[in-house]
Ligand binder design. Structure first.
Ligand SMILES: [Mg+2]
Length: 389
């Protein structure tokens, strides 16, 4: 079998604005990767973009990386991954290049599953048939307020979730607030209002795990000052409190707050970079994104590094149905698995692209799709509605 084409398919869908500490989403987007072969079989992946231009990711897939794969045997996944990684060492290693490699790698695994008539989980030796998850939401939105946050979280608990995550840190009234640098003033809250949000959320989540996510908007001093208060408030996870470059700060946070798990980093990429963080004790829970960190192949390696360092893993997942399916498939085979992110913001790119919906048990553990490859059947008429023309 030979690879005959590697294409990017940009999808976009407007949404009600939602904000985290640093940014506001007014649309959801995904760059699907379509990998064609001379047999007619096609592999599908998703390169995650964190809101970066889809056209740039598409260019990387189609013009920078894709041509290196033409004529090659898609079964040689590791050889192809290394080809893409080594050939972009000077310009890649992180950011959108590794995101594009992630999407291509995912498509190669999907294709392998379709060839062997097995879900990717089975190819990886995964035993789990379902993946525990937590409800990921709790964003800021115009006019939402405390009552809106409460209603949202109560809805998740009614669905069966026991754990949930909310955003914090969208503040202007603290030293070195990055929003000041960005000149952003919309839908911000005071630091005190954030504490009210945390207490309101904990009252609803109760004995379950409440996670808070600053999206790396704190600095080291703010994080070290606030972490003990989070423990007192019953918060179990602090996600990406500071930028991953400050590994010493993350290490201090981990060491000084045993009651609080320091989780990250969705913006980090590559098994080597995660291993460096693990070596210095900068993470309590490893949290890569399959569509960004290096794909299925690299997340297996990151999972092995986490296991070797005695740390659990929880996948970040904030993309389309393709990324969600890929995450479930990998999670089925990862050692030391903790509940993965289940985004509950309205997102048609996740909920409306597949012929059959994803299903979960009564505790919101998601069943690993059992079809070939990613295990899902895309509804191409639905996909077509979201293609960026
Ligand atoms: Mg996050």
């Amino acid at each position: 079998m030979k690879i005959t084409a590697v294409r990017g398919l940009p999808l976009r869908c407007a949404c009600e604005p939602i904000s985290d500490a640093l940014s506001t989403s007014r649309a959801r987007q995904a760059l699907l990767v379509l990998l064609d072969t001379d047999t007619g079989l096609q592999g599908i992946g998703e390169a995650f973009t964190y809101g970066a231009p889809l056209a740039v990711m598409q260019y990387l897939v189609e013009n920078t990386l894709g041509p290196k794969l033409l004529g090659r045997d898609p079964a040689d996944i590791d050889g192809l991954w290394q080809t893409l990684y080594i050939s972009t060492l000077a310009s890649g290693r992180r950011s959108m290049t590794l995101g594009a490699i992630s999407g291509i790698d995912m498509a190669l695994w999907d294709l392998k599953g379709k060839c062997e008539h097995k879900p990717i989980a089975a190819l990886l030796g995964g035993e789990r048939d379902r993946i525990p998850s937590y409800a990921s939401g709790g964003f800021y939105a115009h006019g939402k307020g405390l009552d809106g946050l409460r209603r949202e979280l109560e809805g998740y608990m009614r669905m069966g979730y026991t754990d949930a995550k909310i955003k914090i840190g969208r503040n202007l009234d603290r030293p070195h607030a990055p929003l000041k640098v960005l000149g952003i003033t919309e839908d911000t809250v005071t630091v005190e209002e954030d504490w009210q949000r945390i207490r309101a959320a904990k009252a609803i989540v109760g004995e379950g795990n409440l996670a808070v996510d600053t999206n790396a908007s704190w600095d080291r001093a703010t994080a070290l000052e606030n972490a003990p208060r989070l423990v007192e408030a019953g918060v179990g996870w602090l996600e990406e409190p500071i930028p991953f470059e400050d590994m010493q700060g993350l290490t201090l946070l981990c060491r000084s707050n045993p009651g609080l798990k320091i989780v990250g980093c969705e913006t980090q990429q590559g098994a080597g970079n995660f291993t460096t963080m693990l070596d210095v004790g900068a993470l309590d829970v490893v949290q890569p994104d399959v569509g960004w960190a290096g794909g299925i192949s690299e997340c297996v390696r990151i999972g092995a590094a986490a296991q070797a360092h005695g740390r659990p893993i929880s996948l970040h997942c904030f993309g389309s149905a393709v990324l969600f399916a890929a995450s479930l498939q990998v999670a089925a085979a990862l050692p030391g698995l903790l509940p993965m992110e289940s985004e509950e913001n309205p997102n048609p790119l996740k909920s409306a692209l597949t012929k059959a919906p994803f299903t979960a048990d009564e505790k919101m553990a998601w069943y690993v799709p059992q079809g070939d490859g990613l295990g899902i059947d895309l509804d191409w008429d639905a996909v077509e509605k979201f293609v960026v023309k």
